[in-house]
Ligand binder design. Structure first.
Ligand SMILES: *Cc1c(COP(=O)(O)O)cnc(C)c1O
Length: 402
């Protein structure tokens, strides 16, 4: 945190011109309390010891770095998967919720709220609340509740209350609005666990720090497997950008390592049904942060679309806005169709069913013109169990194609 490099957050949470804390007055006390305390708490020895032991024994870290042999042969290059799909609860999200629940406890909070899209962050939050015996309320868009039913059931079994967001597109952005509203009404006993590197400072910096364990492990694992801790490319899908932030973190200032973000193009970038924020977006404020977002000429949010509920967000974290603007990171977009095809292909090639979000990152590999000597790490952000219905719906058509 605050490693003070060119691409790290300043003390006020700025990444270049992006970031900061643009919040209503009624939220000021909550955010200020967090901002004044988070760094000191995180640096305390007992915090670090408890975090490390839970990451090891509860989450299952370090996650493996797996050489995808058949895929590498097929593309005539070297591809590694960083297996965040093997984390407890099935995605990288729990790295952050474990960190934030320990922080919330030390801040004396008794009630936890969260927003969720695909339900992965909701499940990861409900899980750590059960672990610590804290009350948990998860806001989720009504449409996402319908398309991610297994995760809704998991949250309920874990003891969380799932509250539907009924406004707007009834997806992730609307759930976030509801969570912010709740926090304004419950400033004293409640901690809001944001699930990505979005929101007002200090969230992007804090969430990136908790996810940074991904690239910390990657360095050691790459060194052991390839002789160098530096890959040529790191590729990650981006919704808000937390799995990408974690995979990039320890390489941000090392410009030899190329950073690649993959956005959801939905039905196509110019189809009117897309979530390709960096291409379709412009500078503005969303959920407390100056960043790139999809907005009309009046500054109203344009509803995003992606088949993947986890990428269906009209903004992008300020760290990524800065990485893109400064050309430190390169952006690709994959459509719904390309993501589904990649998911089937990887499943058959490597025996790993990826999350729909992750499938977007996998989809661009053939377009990258990778050299035989290139080492590429794909952050395999999550597993596809929650997406089986989507996949199965698609399968008859695909089998017909073949
Ligand atoms: C939530 C999620 C994402 C998108 O969120 P980021 O903050 O951009 O990482 C990607 N992959 C999986 C598996 C997810 O659950």
């Amino acid at each position: 945190m605050n490693s003070k490099g060119k691409y790290a957050a300043t003390d006020e949470g700025y990444y270049g011109e992006f970031g900061g804390a643009f919040i209503p007055e009624m939220l000021y006390a909550n955010v200020d309390n967090l901002k004044r305390n988070y760094q000191q708490i995180i640096e305390e020895t007992d915090f670090q010891l408890e975090l490390k032991s839970l990451l090891r024994d509860y989450v299952g870290r370090p996650t493996p770095l797996y050489f995808a042999k058949r895929l590498s042969n097929e593309l005539n290059t070297k591809i590694y998967f960083k297996r965040e799909d093997l984390c407890h609860t099935g995605a990288h999200k729990i790295n952050n919720t474990i960190g934030q629940i320990l922080l919330a406890q030390r801040l004396g909070k008794k009630r936890i709220i969260a927003e969720t899209g695909a339900g992965q962050h909701g499940v990861a939050t409900a899980t750590v609340c059960a672990l610590m015996g804290l009350k948990c309320i998860v806001y989720m868009g009504e449409i996402d509740i319908a398309r991610q039913a297994p995760n809704v059931q998991r949250m309920k079994m874990l003891g969380a209350e799932v509250r539907p967001a009924l406004s707007g597109s009834k997806t992730l952005k609307d759930a976030t609005n509801e969570a912010i509203r709740d926090w304004i009404n419950n400033p004293n006993d409640t901690h809001y666990i944001i699930g990505s590197v979005v929101g007002p400072h200090p969230y992007p910096d804090m969430v990136a720090y908790f996810q940074a364990v991904i690239s910390e492990e990657m360095k050691v694992q790459l060194k052991a497997k390839t002789g160098s801790e530096n890959p040529n490319y790191i590729v990650a899908c981006v919704g808000g950008g937390s799995n990408a932030a974690g995979a990039f973190y320890h390489y941000l200032e090392n410009e030899e390592v190329k950073l690649v973000l993959v956005e959801a193009a939905g039905e196509g970038i110019n189809s009117g049904k897309s979530a390709a924020t960096s291409i379709l977006g412009s500078q503005g404020v969303i959920h407390g942060s100056m960043t790139l977002l999809m907005q009309d000429k009046y500054g109203q949010i344009i509803e995003p679309h992606s088949i993947s509920a986890g990428l269906d967000y009209p903004g992008i974290g300020p760290m990524h806005a800065h990485l893109i603007k400064s050309k430190r990171a390169e952006v690709y977009a994959a459509t719904d169709q390309e993501a589904i095809e990649a998911a089937f292909h990887i499943t058959k090639t490597e025996g790993i069913i990826p999350a729909l979000e992750t499938a977007h990152a996998l989809a661009i590999l053939p377009k990258m013109n990778l050299l035989p000597s290139d080492v590429t790490v794909i952050n395999l952000s999550g597993r596809g169990d929650k997406d089986l219905n989507n996949y199965l719906e698609y399968q008859p058509e695909r089998m017909h194609d073949e």
